[in-house]
Design a protein around this ligand. Structure first.
Ligand SMILES: [Zn+2]
Length: 227
């Protein structure tokens, strides 16, 4: 079945979606990812990784077999007991199976911004901030020569909304339901979880061209057996 889902993801804390491309010019170790017009961006690969993780968690909770990315030999169909693909690989693909689902980058919705920063000029002074951190060795629980680093994050509490489109030919309504359930649990994007960065949620849904409220969404998820 052909599926098209469009969501708006509201960033509820500062967001750290790293890019080292611009970092040097800014004098930071990691800059926020941006499109070619300087607007904040969440790369599709970053969204796909987190979303896949949420779908794996849900499928496993319900007792379904789920393989163990990212190592190729632990993924379907090699890792599958019947040499097939798990529901998650049937949505997101595996090293041996192209992903039926395509995701767009998360693009910043300018309409969600306050008036002064909605213009096309350089947004960086308004939409980002630089934070210091110290590199820690997890094994030794000690600062690595107390190396101080700086990352650029999006401004906190700015209410940034990012639009993401997901589309493709999925095997069944069950797969669509798993995908929707995963999106509903998508509360984290980018890095810096331990520093409280990257929290948010989907606040607006369009499924196959129809704007879906909470009841419609719940019905679609239940129809696929994930309700
Ligand atoms: Zn799999």
């Amino acid at each position: 079945m052909q599926v098209q889902i469009r969501v708006e993801w509201l960033s509820e804390s500062a967001l750290s979606v790293g890019s080292t491309a611009d970092a040097q010019g800014l004098g930071v170790d990691k800059a926020t990812a941006r499109d070619n017009r300087g607007r904040l961006l969440i790369p599709a690969s970053s969204i796909k990784g987190r979303l896949r993780h949420e779908c794996e968690r849900i499928e496993r909770t319900l007792g379904g077999f789920v393989c163990l990315p990212p190592r190729a030999e632990q993924m379907c169909p090699l890792a599958h007991p019947q040499g097939q693909c798990c529901a998650v690989c049937e949505i997101f693909g595996s090293p041996w199976r192209p992903a039926p689902l395509r995701l767009s980058d998360g693009t910043l919705l300018l309409a969600s911004l306050p008036e002064p920063i909605r213009t096309e000029r350089e947004l960086r002074p308004f939409d980002a901030q630089v934070r210091p951190g110290v590199s820690l060795s997890r094994a030794r629980r000690a600062a690595l020569g107390e190396r101080l680093f700086f990352i650029e994050t999006s401004a906190p509490n700015a209410g940034f909304r990012f639009q993401v489109t997901l589309e493709g030919e999925l095997p069944s309504t069950r797969h669509r339901a798993l995908l929707l359930a995963g999106l509903r649990c998508l509360s984290l994007l980018g890095g810096g979880k331990s520093r409280g960065l990257g929290w948010g949620r989907v606040v607006r849904w369009t499924v196959d061209g129809v704007e879906a409220d909470e009841a419609h969404l719940a019905a679609l998820i239940a129809e696929g057996g994930y309700g």
